[in-house]
Design a protein around this ligand. Sequence first.
Ligand code: CA
Length: 250
Amino acid sequence: MNETQAVATIDRSGRKENAAPRIMIVEDEPSIALMLAYNLEAAGFAVERVERGDEAELRIAEEPPDLLILDWMLPGVSGLEICRRLRARDATKTLPVIMLTARGEEKERVRGLSVGADDYVVKPFSVPEFMARVQALMRRVNPGRVASKLKQGEIELDRETRRVWRAGREVHLGPTEFRLLEYLMEKPGRVFSRAQLLDSVWGMASEIDERTVDVHVGRLRKAIARGRERDPLRTVRGSGYSFDETFGRD
Ligand code: CA
């Protein structure tokens, strides 16, 4: 299955089967749209992708998402104009919007915020930073839709304070180990390749050797499973790593 098919399947099933918060990505650069869709879906959101500004306006009118990722430069209607129009209508006045823009447009930041965008991200951006902004905005506008704490067995992770505990004992992790654990704990049982982890935890522009992932997984393991404590991380030979979904069930 290629990436395009995978995302299309997520769109259809995610919207029907559960009440996952829905995010619409309006972005005409397929590589960025796919990368965002992949990461948002992995974090539990239902994702819809639209490439044109005019198409986005129609879809939002039909079925407003819970959060909108809006590129500035779009075919049809610009992101700036869409945002301005959304704010002028009662139904979409408070719809959370994150605007994306290319580096050269950075000076336009004030204009973006003045038409009512809630946040503003300049390309190229790191995936972890982008995801943190999405989660922060979701929490701000709709507390309760995004859990600030992840818990699996005796391991607890708090996204807000960036702290981790095992059976009540605090586990001190470096920032990379924290993001790695957070990412794996969001999808227990799902196996992520080293390349996927590099993309998601280290960021899209990362040119780091894949063995770096092994080093940080090793550090995370050492911190989280002391002595004879059970290791919650699984190494899947030839594939990658996952958080053991059976951890804490026995
Ligand atoms: Ca664009």
